[in-house]
Design a protein around this ligand. Sequence first.
Ligand SMILES: *[C@@H]1O[C@H](CO)[C@@H](O)[C@H](O)[C@H]1NC(C)=O
Ligand SMILES: *[C@@H]1O[C@H](CO)[C@@H](O)[C@H](O)[C@H]1NC(C)=O
Ligand SMILES: *[C@@H]1O[C@H](CO)[C@@H](O)[C@H](O)[C@H]1NC(C)=O
Ligand SMILES: *[C@@H]1O[C@H](CO)[C@@H](O)[C@H](O)[C@H]1NC(C)=O
Ligand SMILES: *[C@@H]1O[C@H](CO)[C@@H](O)[C@H](O)[C@H]1NC(C)=O
Ligand SMILES: *[C@@H]1O[C@H](CO)[C@@H](O)[C@H](O)[C@H]1NC(C)=O
Ligand SMILES: *[C@@H]1O[C@H](CO)[C@@H](O)[C@H](O)[C@H]1NC(C)=O
Ligand SMILES: *[C@@H]1O[C@H](CO)[C@@H](O)[C@H](O)[C@H]1NC(C)=O
Ligand SMILES: *[C@@H]1O[C@H](CO)[C@@H](O)[C@H](O)[C@H]1NC(C)=O
Length: 895
Amino acid sequence: MKMAPLWIVALLVSLSCFIDLRNSAQVVPSDGGDTDPSRVISIDCGVTQEIWDTNGFFHEADDAQFVESGKIYNVSSNDTFDYSQEQVSEQMKTVRSFPEGKRNCYTLRPKQGKNKNYLIRTFMSYGNYDNKSSIPYFHLHLGVNFWTEIKLENVSAIKRKRVVHVSPTNYIDVCLINVGKGTPFISLLELWPLSNSIYRAASSLLPLGLLTGVNLGMSERLNFIRYADDIYGRSWRNGKIDNSERFSTSEAIETDVKEYRLPTEVLITAVRPLNNVSSSLYINLTSINVTADSEHYVYLHFFDFEEHSRGQVRSMEITFTDTIREPVTLKYQDVHTLVKRIPKGVALTGISITSTPGSGLPPMINAYEVYEALPQPITPTHEQDVDAMRNIKHAYNIIRISWQGDPCMPKEYRWEGVTCNYSENIPRVTSLNISSSKLTGQIVPSFSYLMTLQALDLSNNQLTGEIPESLAELPNLKLLNLTGNNLAGTIPKALRKKSSLTLISDGNPDLCQADSCKTVTKKFIKPLVASLASVAVLVLIVCITLMLSKHKRIKKVLSSKKDDQIKSNNQGFSQAEVHDITNDYATEIGAGGFGKVYLGRLKDGTQVAVKLLSNSSLQGFKEFQSEAKLLSFIYHKNLVSLIGYCDDGDMRALIYEYMAKGNLRNLLSEKNPDILTWNERLNIALDAACGLDYLHNGCKPPIIHRDLKSSNILLSENMHAKIADFGLSKAFANDTDSHISTRPAGTLGYLDPEFHKSGNLNKKSDIYSFGIVLLELMTGQRAITETSDEGTRHISDWVNPKLEIGDIQSIVDPRLEGKFNTASAWTFLEIAISCITPEANKRPDISSVVIDLKHCLSLETSLVESAENSSLISTTTLETSYSQSGLSYSPPSAR
Ligand SMILES: *[C@@H]1O[C@H](CO)[C@@H](O)[C@H](O)[C@H]1NC(C)=O
Ligand SMILES: *[C@@H]1O[C@H](CO)[C@@H](O)[C@H](O)[C@H]1NC(C)=O
Ligand SMILES: *[C@@H]1O[C@H](CO)[C@@H](O)[C@H](O)[C@H]1NC(C)=O
Ligand SMILES: *[C@@H]1O[C@H](CO)[C@@H](O)[C@H](O)[C@H]1NC(C)=O
Ligand SMILES: *[C@@H]1O[C@H](CO)[C@@H](O)[C@H](O)[C@H]1NC(C)=O
Ligand SMILES: *[C@@H]1O[C@H](CO)[C@@H](O)[C@H](O)[C@H]1NC(C)=O
Ligand SMILES: *[C@@H]1O[C@H](CO)[C@@H](O)[C@H](O)[C@H]1NC(C)=O
Ligand SMILES: *[C@@H]1O[C@H](CO)[C@@H](O)[C@H](O)[C@H]1NC(C)=O
Ligand SMILES: *[C@@H]1O[C@H](CO)[C@@H](O)[C@H](O)[C@H]1NC(C)=O
């Protein structure tokens, strides 16, 4: 029982995460220069499942998480053109088109969130997907403002568009606009996180739309280079300049240089004037129509790879349209990017690059890009209203063709049933009519965040539950029409007292209209269970709104609301109830460090696990209660969720969802006759990784588990894995300044070797523990095994010698009897080894582990179809990873 106070301490500390959430505006996420490919969102439009393309690039499923409307098409083989020179040829073979509605939007929600710099790209290739042989013309909007027109030259042309944008919101809408000249469609959509310091307009609010991006001196055989050559997903067209010659170097170049992170191919090739030292280079830009009515940005990229003889310099003068001049002197082996702003009023027709008189070397240039600063004449709707409207839409799953993008803007695309006040600078929602729309469930709190709402019509739906009192906090609400629903309880006093409000609530049989109604004493267990699902929705709404809200006023409204939600969704159980639920502690199902765990059953039959903590001398009574409530707000399908708690008399208990199949350690043990198949093991690994990803990257600030191990991974009846005991983790704001631990956490065998040095536990320590779990899954061995001769042996010491001789067969659990795929096993092992790299900073982020595990699973399935390809992929990835971890190995024989 000595552990108990520690537990409370840990719990309290851990929950500061949720408390901090409210102040998350102050939490600075990691720098935007994060180019981890797992952060890229790529959608191969028309393909509704996640796939790895033949270039080893991952594409998200093109489904409701991004877009809710449109029809998908295959481009028929008759019209499949030879795109063999294009890396994206595969992605052009399917499209999503939007025959309905004037505006249809993809909504992207990058993990890095708002105020980060992103590069967004679209690709369109018509390919006569609809057999109409009529090439459509349409517009693209970025958010509420015009981005670009889409004008395809011919049936097989690929139209690429690129924009760099610092998103002011956590989501980014890319909308296709039907302008009456054919049905809009899209073939590929990508979002790449960029460093915040590059491609920025003077006014940081203006997105930069690419007009042209050219690599000079590129080899003839290529039209374009892009991923994986370019870490930022830019593509570079192979371009030419009159009277120039290409020259190149074969010396190896460290590509990760300078902020623009130019691809090697751009750096090692360049052009110089043909045969004449003194003449100049001229880039003719007339073909791209750089108009004088907007601001432009030119990026000239130089890398001088020609060795200078003593005293020789390459100094040049750059002239933009005969008017703007800029001197440049290049140093040997130095990457230089010249950024030039071309103000409004100057029509950029060309750029000339001339060597200055003293220069001993001719002018040269490697690549150039021209961007237009896109004017933003339209102001989007108030962010709080947009969030509330989106939350309402998702809470009731309202699918309406007009309910896409911004609710009020542009005016002609306003959402049906919404009216807005446009008199101020920022439009606001003033009325909302979603009557007769088959809405079910409760009236969600999001309505109360529409601060300027005057009229709300929810009549003739199937809404249940009580009318939330928080609606009374809307200062301008004049009409609330709730007629024809199944609402129950009483009308809250605050609403009844609001004299300016007309409340229509007839046609709700269970709703008590009279003043004299006595509040029905609520039985909590049933509503508790019933509302578990809505907890998820609420958590989402609360999280999103909390993170987005900046204004004190909003915060105030929110914190008052939060208490309500806790009241209605998570309640304390009394001692007597815990006796009942556990049937007087009849079935003990486990014992953890903090007390025994009993099987229980709620009144509605739901099985639960009750973790008893029987120390009566606890302090921090109040805190325990409020923190336990908050803990239950952390909800994810791969995390064991807290249903309730007991804090009554001398009893403290936590009530968790029951996980029928027990913990992973027991399932892997020799005593378990039901041997987990390889496929099950892969799925368990992926589930657990997703749960950890949520703790690390879904929660701000991140939550560190601190005690991840196979016995903390539980399995449900249908073998879904969830992480348990994450409540003992401690939250902190920033991964880089890891905290000093308050208690010795971790379990022998799973503990980060760097912990002994630093005493710190951070995300990477969890990754280490996770790597050990992966090894257990793979080998069936325990993290630590007692041996007769050596005393104890760590699992990595068991794996490493076998790994060195490349003997995968002897590493994988012998009970699988060879029933696994070699390529997928190698990939899995590679992931595990990368996680347990001794140097913490070389371990991957859990988000890329998730991607790799998905890849591993796809190998397992796809290998059946094409053994050749997958083994190729697996071999290449192995080489990289092993060279990083410094282990020698012989390549696996995958076949
Ligand atoms: C496109 O082709 C794939 C594979 O040939 C097929 O599974 C899919 O159903 C097709 N989609 C449509 C919309 O025709
Ligand atoms: C297929 O291609 C041929 C030749 O290009 C063309 O004549 C024919 O109309 C096409 N068929 C369809 C269904 O588009
Ligand atoms: C277009 O024509 C091809 C070939 O006849 C056919 O396979 C495809 O289904 C047609 N697509 C549509 C959208 O009608
Ligand atoms: C289609 O247009 C592109 C230019 O966008 C051109 O390169 C290509 O040759 C054209 N293809 C045909 C078949 O005309
Ligand atoms: C380069 O061109 C200029 C003018 O066209 C000429 O005067 C000069 O002699 C040339 N130099 C060489 C080295 O050919
Ligand atoms: C640039 O190219 C256009 C045609 O594309 C041509 O008319 C014009 O003369 C060129 N400008 C210069 C300065 O060479
Ligand atoms: C450039 O502008 C001219 C005149 O406005 C137009 O005819 C032409 O199509 C434009 N070219 C491009 C590539 O946009
Ligand atoms: C719109 O908002 C302004 C400023 O808040 C207010 O004065 C005006 O009355 C509102 N208009 C309507 C039609 O509600
Ligand atoms: C309230 O809704 C009902 C049903 O939609 C409608 O008949 C009634 O006119 C509405 N009342 C007001 C004041 O809008």
